[in-house]
Design a protein. Sequence first.
Length: 271
Amino acid sequence: MPQTHVAEDRSEPASSKLSKPLIQIDDLNVYYGTHHALKSINVEILEKRANAFIGPSGCGKTTLLRIIAGLEAGFGGTFRLAGEKVNGPSRDIGIVFQDATLLPWRTVLNNVLLPAQVLRMSEASAKAAAHRLLDLVGLKGFEDKYPHELSGGMRQRVAIARALVHDPAVLLMDEPFGSLDALTRENMGLELLKIWDAARKTVFLITHSISEAVFLSDRVIVLSPRPGRILAEIAIDLPRPRNLDLLSDEAFGIYTRRIRRVLDASTAPPA
């Protein structure tokens, strides 16, 4: 298989030059005992841009997300959010996991309000934000429903609204659609694009799907097998707004094949 040279590609589309780094990670190294999980991670995540991280299982993607979320300590290197070093959870971060993790005894509205209540936000402003977000994710009229009355995709929409209710700067998403069927997953991708267009958050998305990474992001960052290190940063210069017709576009195919070559080269056995 021919070798790829995208590992040094740190180019960005012209539009990204209007953004500024919101997250800066310098020389990040993570060990669990003698296990080297992440190695020499240096990356900047631009403000109001969507970034997808992809790599083989066990490469440290979720560990990296947990560090940004303030849920991991004891790492080497530095992590800055808006120029400030971060060593714990921040209200500027919202998180969506693969499992929606809704509280079954709470209604949709009260699940969305949970972060606002923890942060002791004004009840009136929090409820106004929750209703606005539920409308945005297509769940207006479901405020009084309970999680068991919703489909999997609807529960994930609630989880996204909950992650945004306190107006964080960054939205972290760890395989948010991984447990959904293919059709629902595609539809949720469209929903996420709509939400991004409306809210313009800085998005950090973990996915195992190359096509999903290209479809949803402005940049795809490819990680190697453990210890995870950055193999490539590939700018996705495709027009927005995006729709499913893009999946059959030749430019889309070029990006997916390029990322596939990087992943295949990183996992190929030595000659």
